[in-house]
Design a protein around this ligand. Structure first.
Ligand SMILES: NCC(=O)N[C@@H](Cc1c[nH]cn1)C(=O)O
Ligand SMILES: [Zn+2]
Ligand SMILES: [Zn+2]
Length: 479
């Protein structure tokens, strides 16, 4: 059963209204990683909950308890669980998305206010934090619901929703909820497959289906010594300096070529054979794509296969920042008393945070001992998640392939994503069903970066894709 033509024309006709709704969503700065914005994440949950209810979805807000962030005790934003349809002759699809966003300040280098959606008429870009990650895709599902609600047409499948507000901060509390609701009598009982739209095409021209994600282990390494910040003229070359120790430690983690220098981490991963390399060689990708989306000619290699393997099937270590360091304007001559380096490792099978943690801690302790410093070292794992790989020959992927062909008139790339959505594996394991990642945005959307955007055509055609996928699933269920 193809998607009704009226559905496709409806999405086109309502495009401006849908973009206005995206602007309303972007205007709520639901930054989960910043305690000051916790109320905004709650406001975003209320906004989304109201939208779902208006469109006929039966929802509940689930309290996930409290957590500690940067020493502060905070309430966790609620998860939104919803259901529409309970026809036992139809497939039941679980849709996951997240309504929290990464931090964004104009001063980071944005050209416009990050929380005011700017519609660039010349380029067709919808610019704003969360436009692509992940408010645009969530609103894509709302667009599909709106057509069926207004046309008084039943959906071709039953839908179960699970939307969270902590994805960008380790999905705190969600794994337990998913496990609980997957049991007999839970909200997720009877789910046949899962669809997540929360990643990106590999390039700017070819739609993609994604069957793998890297896992993540995020660390905070703290060096402390002096009882207070010191004057470098008075104490320079007089005391062990925490910042000097920290920079030395961070420089032992990864080479400028991206090799992870922590013993055992890179070695855990089996090498790719020729058959696997051929998969990467066959993808529609070039060095120009990575350099275009990075905004500079800085690829680690001129070889496309090696660059793709670095992103999709090898671990990576990135250093993100230093808390406590002087970072303002001017030339403050301070010796900071306590500094914390933040870094994370993206994991691939068979790596897990549990297997990586001891290697990281041992490495940092040994490297610190070699410094002969009298300062103190502490290491924390802030959060983590395992990598995930799915069977892309499954009917769930088959339906998405057909839908892509119908909407975009081309076959999708089959990709593994370099990013992490830790709950993906929890869905796969708790429900025992196939999980599909069906990205809406392009490889140059700048998620987590400045000037994040979603192209208007990706929002509109992407909404058509999500709806068409549901019709293709229903078709498969009939045969
Ligand atoms: N679109 C998925 C995504 O961006 N996931 C984040 C998850 C994360 C974990 N810690 C902070 N963010 C990612 O960085 O991959
Ligand atoms: Zn996301
Ligand atoms: Zn993200």
């Amino acid at each position: 059963m193809p998607a009704p033509t009226e559905f496709l024309t409806y999405i086109d006709a309502k495009a401006d209204i849908f973009i206005k709704r995206l602007a309303d969503a972007v205007a709520i700065p639901s930054i989960s990683g910043d305690a000051k914005h916790r109320n905004d994440v709650f406001a975003m949950a209320d906004w989304l909950n109201a939208q779902l209810r208006q469109l006929g979805v039966d929802t509940q807000l689930v309290d996930l308890g409290r957590h500690k962030m940067d020493g502060e005790d905070l309430p966790l934003p609620p998860a939104i669980l919803g259901r529409i349809g309970s026809d036992s002759s139809k497939k039941t699809v679980l849709i996951y998305g997240h309504f929290d966003v990464q931090p964004a300040n104009k001063s980071d280098g944005w050209d416009t206010d990050p929380f005011t959606l700017v519609v660039d008429e010349k380029t067709g870009r919808l610019i704003g934090r969360g436009s692509s990650d992940d408010k645009g895709p969530i609103l894509g599902w709302l667009n599909v619901l709106q057509y069926h609600h207004e046309s008084k047409l039943p959906l071709p499948v039953n839908l179960v929703f699970c939307f969270e507000g902590m994805e960008e901060s380790g999905s705190e509390g969600l794994d337990d909820l998913v496990r609980r609701e997957s049991k007999k009598g839970g909200c997720f009982e009877g789910v046949d497959c899962v669809c997540i739209s929360d990643n990106y095409w590999l390039n700017t021209r070819t739609p993609a289906l994604t069957y793998g994600l890297r896992g993540l282990s995020y660390y905070k390494v703290t060096i402390s010594g002096p009882a207070r910040d010191l004057h470098s003229g008075v104490f320079g070359r007089t005391v062990h300096e925490p910042m000097t120790d920290l920079i030395s430690l961070l420089s032992t983690l990864v080479s400028p070529q991206g090799d992870i220098l922590i013993k055992g981490v890179d070695d855990m991963v089996p090498r790719a054979d020729e058959e696997e390399k051929a998969i990467y060689a066959g993808l529609d990708y070039s060095i120009a794509d990575v350099e275009e989306s990075a905004g500079a000619s800085i690829a680690l290699s001129a070889d496309k296969v090696s660059v793709l393997m670095g992103r999709m099937r090898e671990p990576s270590l990135s250093i993100h920042g230093i808390e406590g360091a002087f970072s303002g304007a001017g030339a403050k001559t301070v010796i900071p008393a306590k500094v914390s380096g933040k870094f994370s490792i993206r994991l691939v099978p068979p790596q897990t945070p549990e297997a990586i943690d001891p290697l990281v801690i041992d490495h940092l302790e040994k490297a610190f001992a070699k410094l002969g410093s009298k300062n103190k070292l502490s290491v924390e794992n802030l959060h983590g998640g395992k990598p995930w790989v799915a069977d892309h020959r499954h009917w769930n992927f088959e339906a998405a392939k057909k839908a892509t062909k119908a909407v975009y008139k081309q076959d999708p790339d089959l990709t593994r994503e370099g990013g992490s959505i830790p709950v993906t594996l929890t869905f796969a394991e708790s429900l025992g069903v196939n999980v599909l990642l069906l990205p809406m945005g392009r490889g140059d959307d700048g998620a987590h970066s400045t000037n994040e955007k979603l192209d208007r055509s990706n929002f509109i055609e992407g909404s058509k894709l999500l709806g068409t996928y549901l019709y293709e699933l229903a078709d498969i269920a009939k045969n």
